[in-house]
Ligand binder design. Structure first.
Ligand code: NAP
Length: 208
């Protein structure tokens, strides 16, 4: 697949490296060409401008902090439709440090804001719950819960989840993304309280 990544930080490199290992072509762009080059070198991809990173891609990951999301999408031409028709993966955790409260105060999901900033893009919330090193080689398989409205985009992201070593699960349409984002806030809040979050949810045996 031809994958684009906006963002040059920890998650961009972690997922980019996993997708390169799986045989995908990865272009990476951010606001700093130097940091894009460093990230591309670490993941085995190619550094380009933000606009080039989203052009002609089968899927795009936007891996920047909540405060930089609107700006990086603008620099990639998203408002003018550069991502229209493209599966756009949003892994953002916009949470208040330490307590895990969600930051968007209008009650909407970050992923819904992303959909506003990238008209026509097929936004899929995914990859927000696990730390970037989860996608290093040899880690035990985990389930990546996703939300999105476009079935073909969900299928594409499901393939990218498998190629990174995860197991995809669709929770529902994009309006369920806020729920997925709240789960991250719940996990982060308990971790800061010194509690293992997996001890705070029931263990349920599900028939295969
Ligand atoms: N790291 C993880 O384990 C993990 C796991 C799940 C989800 N996430 C989510 O993934 C996203 C990225 O996290 P990260 O850990 O990779 O962060 P990071 O290492 O701190 O990197 C942040 C990235 O955001 C960019 N950025 C910040 N403000 C920007 C702006 N105004 N315009 C353009 N780019 C801007 C930074 O660019 P500069 O280098 O130029 O500042 C950098 O490329 C976050 O939303 C985070 O919640 C991270």
């Amino acid at each position: 697949m031809r994958i684009g990544i906006l963002g040059t930080g920890t998650l961009a490199v972690g997922l980019g490296a996993a997708w390169v290992r799986a045989g995908h072509e990865v272009l990476v762009g951010g606001r700093s060409p130097e940091r894009a080059k460093a990230a591309a070198d670490r993941m085995g991809g190619t550094a380009v401008s933000p606009a080039e990173a989203v052009t002609g891609r089968d899927a795009v990951l936007v891996a920047v902090t909540w405060t930089g999301l609107a700006e990086v999408l603008r620099s990639a031409g998203a408002a003018a439709g550069s991502l229209a028709g493209t599966p756009l993966i949003d892994p953002t955790n916009a949470v208040r440090h330490g307590v895990g409260e969600l930051l968007p105060e209008d009650g909407r999901a970050v992923a819904e804001h992303v959909a506003d900033w990238a008209p026509g893009a097929h936004v899929v919330k995914a990859f927000h719950l696990f730390a970037a090193d989860q996608w290093a080689e040899g880690k035990p398989e985990v389930t990546v819960a996703m939300a999105g409205d476009d079935q073909s985009a969900l299928d594409t992201v499901a393939r990218l989840v498998r190629d990174a070593g995860g197991r995809p699960a669709v929770l529902g349409p994009l309006r369920r993304a806020r729920q997925l984002e709240e789960v991250a806030g719940f996990v982060i809040g308990l971790v800061f309280a010194g509690v293992d979050p997996s001890s705070a949810v029931p263990r349920v045996e599900v028939a295969a």
